[in-house]
Design a protein around this ligand. Structure first.
Ligand SMILES: C[S@@+](CC[C@H](N)C(=O)[O-])C[C@H]1O[C@@H](n2cnc3c(N)ncnc32)[C@H](O)[C@@H]1O
Length: 297
């Protein structure tokens, strides 16, 4: 269960969710026609080793990514990666040079996207997550494709100040991303996150985030209890808050941003991936998620 100031590394608590989504990206990259290729996802899995490496070699049959849910989850990560890669390419194309990865986790865009000269990629996450990523990629001989600045901070604290202290310039346009983050924040921290982004974003700034409609409270409680009783093959419901401060496109839309929400099933279909049956666990997850893009007027 979560606590107010909890911390983690890449293998524990919320940190392990970064590894989980990276492993999904690594599995996607092995497909004959991947929707997105993140070659560094495999590097991270092999650096951790054990079941995370076995998974990529056809082993770890009990791993949650090897289930039916796991297959849909890999598709979800594939189309989500493509959506946010396209978002950053568009922001860079119109001259934005400050990219801010909120909850960077094992997002390797600072190493794999072809950033224009002069681009700075700020990566915010807990210190031990950033440390793992830096060391794993350095050991593999990889270098960033932009100037990369780590901002080791908890996003429930004063991250806007930490970002400014790292050289972020709020007078220039920027592009923020919050991919796979909001569910791990209580509603109060989501509100601070939205307000922080809005306060730092100059006109012409871009924002992309992923959001999820909370589950019905009773259903969530039951899922959490199942997990605590060891009846689930993965840890999820004890790590998330099941809270939503506000639908992001409405919150930002009422504060001078043009915001568009794309339902995840639309993104899956548009890239030729299956949409799970709505009442299955994968279907409920998929049906509740939207991908949001916004530009500040
Ligand atoms: C599911 S992962 C997503 C990582 C990355 N954005 C991606 O999509 O690959 C969630 C990430 O959120 C980070 N995170 C969650 N809550 C955080 C907090 N309060 N402060 C800093 N990082 C946080 C975790 O450390 C983890 O890296």
């Amino acid at each position: 269960m979560r606590t107010e100031n909890d911390t983690w590394d890449i293998k524990t608590s919320v940190g392990s969710t970064a590894l989980f989504v990276a492993a999904a990206r690594a599995l996607e990259a092995q497909k004959p026609h991947p929707a997105a290729v993140d070659p560094y996802a495999e590097v991270f899995c092999r650096a951790v080793g054990g079941e995370w490496a076995d998974l990529l070699d056809g082993g770890a049959p009990e791993h949650p990514l090897k289930t039916e849910f796991g297959n849909y989850f890999v598709d979800f990560q594939a189309v989500r990666t493509r959506y946010f890669d396209t978002y950053f390419e568009a922001a860079a194309a119109v001259g934005v040079r400050q990219m801010v990865l909120l909850a960077a986790g094992l997002d390797s865009r600072g190493y794999r996207l072809p950033w224009p000269d002069g681009t700075v990629v700020f990566e915010l996450d807990q210190p031990r997550v950033l440390e793992f990523k830096r060391e794993a990629l350095a050991a593999h001989g990889d270098a960033p494709t932009a100037e990369r600045r780590e901002v080791a901070v908890d996003l429930r604290n004063d991250w806007p100040q930490a970002l400014r202290d790292s050289g972020f310039d709020p007078s220039k346009p920027s592009a923020f991303i919050a991919e796979g983050l909001l569910i791990y924040l209580p509603a109060t921290a989501q509100r601070q996150l939205f307000a922080g982004i809005d306060s730092l974003a100059a006109p012409g700034s871009h924002l992309a985030l992923e959001e999820s409609v909370p589950l019905d409270a009773d259903a969530f409680k039951a899922k959490r209890e199942e997990e605590l009783a060891g009846e689930n093959d993965r840890t999820f419901y004890t790590l998330v808050y099941n809270e939503q401060h506000a639908p992001a496109h409405e919150w930002f839309g009422s504060r001078g941003w043009w915001a568009v929400a794309t339902p995840l099933p639309y993104q899956l279909r548009s890239l030729g991936r299956p949409v799970p049956e709505p009442h299955s666990e994968s279907g409920v997850m998929t049906g509740n998620i939207s991908l949001i893009s916004a530009i500040k007027d």
